[in-house]
Design a protein around this ligand. Structure first.
Ligand code: GSH
Length: 216
């Protein structure tokens, strides 16, 4: 499979984790999101994904977009190990945790949103960082309470094994740290991420481990 992404993209990071967990080999095609490159806006990339967003996964003739749709596709085509529990109620609970990250926190802090704040709404770095930190704090405070209730062992967001919720929280925690958000108030989330980051599929998917990450 071919994964269009960027080392720092947390939505791509989710897909890298899922591919690794399922033991699927992939080849990276770098889409440089930096302001100097803006490769997501190139005609070539827009032909693949008119939304101008990564990740895009190519599986044979298929072009897939949206990280969670891609991961559900992988879940259906490569069911083991399962990233969703069996019962409908538990699946809904895991998806709710994943969507809290992917639908409620991440879209507000995406690069195009931050760019709009800076360029069109005249926010300086302090303003943009306040915006970023606000949505992290609001989302993580609720996720901390969720994890206290739903984690079975303090090492996973839900129950005792890796689920879609874990695939989403680790990249979001990496983003929060990158933007210097205070994550001290979320000890359960921190402990879960600290454990997950030691697992090979998570370690291999980490931004610093990608071919396009700057050396050092
Ligand atoms: N809901 C989408 C979000 C994708 C997304 O926001 N990707 C970011 C990188 S993490 C991106 O391509 N940003 C480019 C931009 O903002 O112009 C998904 O989960 O795949």
């Amino acid at each position: 499979m071919k994964l269009y992404g960027y080392f720092r993209s947390s939505a791509t990071y989710r897909v890298r984790i899922a591919l690794g967990l399922k033991g699927i080999a992939w080849e990276t095609v770098v889409v440089d999101l930096r302001a100097s490159a803006r490769a997501q806006h190139s005609a070539e990339f827009r032909a693949l994904n008119p939304h101008g967003l990564i990740p895009v996964l190519i599986d044979g003739e298929r072009t897939l977009t949206q990280s969670l749709a891609i991961i559900e596709y992988l879940e259906e085509t490569h069911p083991h190990p399962a990233l969703l529990p069996r019962s409908p109620a538990e699946r809904a609970a895991v998806r709710a945790l994943a969507f809290a990250v992917a639908c409620d926190i991440h879209p507000l802090n995406n690069s195009r949103v931050l760019e709009y704040l800076r360029t069109q709404l005249a926010q300086d770095e302090t303003g943009a960082n306040r915006w970023y930190g606000h949505w992290i704090a609001q989302g993580f405070a609720a996720l901390e309470r969720d994890a206290q209730r739903l984690s079975g062992d303090g090492r996973h967001m839900y129950g005792n094994s890796v689920t879609l919720a874990d695939v989403c929280i680790v990249p979001q925690m990496a983003n929060a740290r990158r933007f210097n958000c205070d994550v001290a108030p979320y000890p359960t989330l921190r402990a879960i991420c600290a454990h997950l980051e030691t697992l090979p599929a998570f370690a291999r998917a980490a931004p610093a481990a990608q071919p396009d990450a700057p050396a050092g």
